[in-house]
Design a protein around this ligand. Structure first.
Ligand SMILES: NC(=O)c1ccc[n+]([C@@H]2O[C@H](COP(=O)([O-])OP(=O)(O)OC[C@H]3O[C@@H](n4cnc5c(N)ncnc54)[C@H](O)[C@@H]3O)[C@@H](O)[C@H]2O)c1
Ligand SMILES: [Zn+2]
Ligand SMILES: [Zn+2]
Length: 364
């Protein structure tokens, strides 16, 4: 079928055009996209910091309605509302144990642009076009594996708000609720209050952390962080961040989550911890290297550092939980979003880069 999509033919460019989309194969579904979030990882792909094979269609936070199901799909039917998330093979050792975020085939399925069988679904002038994250949701319709389409029971207006549950919000909330699992009454610091960090703050409140410290350099972001559940705000431009956190927590925090994408902040995220503290690194900063003095980490605080992809979340289990939190008013993601008609995709990216909008969402 013919569909409309924003295609990247060359580095840094987007062009809205008509492309061909194949019918869903076995275990796949065709989804009419209603809305799609803009994530920094899309920029990294479009600008070829992640070398996705071009031409490609980016977008990996799509939501929509199932129009057709392939052979063997018994979990979804036409008319179902779905939140699309990241792909996984479903059959490697880690997937079999439920750790789909550590799928052995993850790099290929996220970034190579092809599906499990190695083929692509979009084409232009007879040439295959890559689908980012097995999705490519900057398009009016996509084909995805049923494994990465999560059925949800919400009104259409709510569905549009929930795009980032498929990646950004899942990443930040999952870093707290799945990776760190803080004890209630503990202290947790979030570095970087973008979409990912705000989700971590909301999750820390859900978990019952008693001190939730937001660190950013933009006053309006710190204000929103306080509204969403942070108990303290630290402006990294104005004060010594580590000293401020140690004072607030009487010597150091139990947990920290690094969501700023600034490599050097990982040092602060470790230095601000008390003994046995845990730091979760979610921000993606290419292959940046950060020198860290090892002895104080082992001898004094005895801290641990973990890395988390997609918040260590199994989407089919975790996204329905997040939707429930949203319905209860405990995950007010609507406070992060601004809607843009699909045609204004370049403006949405610009506003994301400039920090004007926390989570731009394209509507179709
Ligand atoms: N691990 C994963 O699976 C995964 C998934 C999605 C996104 N990410 C990554 O998570 C990171 C955060 O994503 P986002 O969408 O929230 O980004 P964002 O750019 O919206 O947020 C980053 C925040 O950090 C703040 N910041 C900048 N410099 C700072 C400093 N010196 N001190 C404190 N704060 C500072 C910014 O003001 C901003 O609020 C990105 O690197 C993104 O690529 C990872
Ligand atoms: Zn796998
Ligand atoms: Zn993302």
């Amino acid at each position: 079928m013919k569909v409309t999509a924003a295609v990247t033919h060359e580095q840094g460019k987007l062009s809205i055009e008509t492309v061909e989309l194949d019918a869903p194969k076995a275990s796949e579904v065709l989804v009419k996209i209603v809305a799609a979030g803009v994530c920094h990882t899309d920029s990294a792909g479009i600008n070829q910091i992640i070398p996705v094979t071009l031409p490609a269609i980016f977008g990996h936070e799509g939501v929509g309605i199932v129009e057709e199901v392939g052979v063997g799909v018994d979990t979804l039917k036409p008319g179902d509302k779905v939140i699309l998330s990241y792909p996984s093979c479903g059959c490697c050792e880690n997937c079999t144990e439920g750790a789909t975020y550590a799928c052995e085939d993850l790099n290929r399925l996220f970034f190579d642009g092809s599906y499990k069988d190695g083929t692509k679904r979009f084409a232009t002038e007879g040439k295959p076009v890559s689908s980012f994250f097995g999705q490519g949701s900057f398009a009016s319709h996509v084909v995805v594996d049923a494994r990465n389409a999560v059925k949800v029971d919400v009104e259409l207006d709510d569905l549009k708000q929930l795009c980032s549950l498929g990646c950004g919000v899942q990443t930040g909330a999952g870093a707290v609720l799945n990776a760190l699992v803080p004890d209630p009454e503990s202290s947790l610091v979030v570095f970087g209050c973008g979409g990912v960090g705000m989700a971590a703050i909301m999750a820390a409140k859900i978990r019952g952390c008693s001190k939730i410290i937001a660190v950013d350099v933009v006053p309006s972001r710190l204000e929103l962080a306080l509204e969403l559940g942070a108990t303290h705000a630290v402006n990294g431009k104005e004060v010594d961040t580590v000293a401020a956190i140690k004072e607030i927590t009487n010597g150091g925090a139990n947990y920290s989550v690094e969501c700023s994408g600034i490599p050097m902040l990982i040092k602060q995220a470790l230095q601000c911890l008390r003994r046995l503290g845990k730091c979760c690194l979610v921000s993606v900063t290419g292959d940046a290297e950060v020198p860290i003095a090892l002895e104080p980490l082992i001898m004094n605080p005895s801290v641990s550092l973990i890395g988390a992809t997609e918040g260590c979340s199994a989407p089919q289990v975790f996204i329905p939980k997040l939707v429930q939190f949203y319905k209860e008013g405990r995950l007010p993601v609507e406070k992060l979003v601004k809607f843009y008609p699909f045609e204004k995709i370049e403006e949405a990216f610009e506003d994301s880069h400039k920090g004007v909008t926390i989570k731009p969402i394209l509507t179709f």
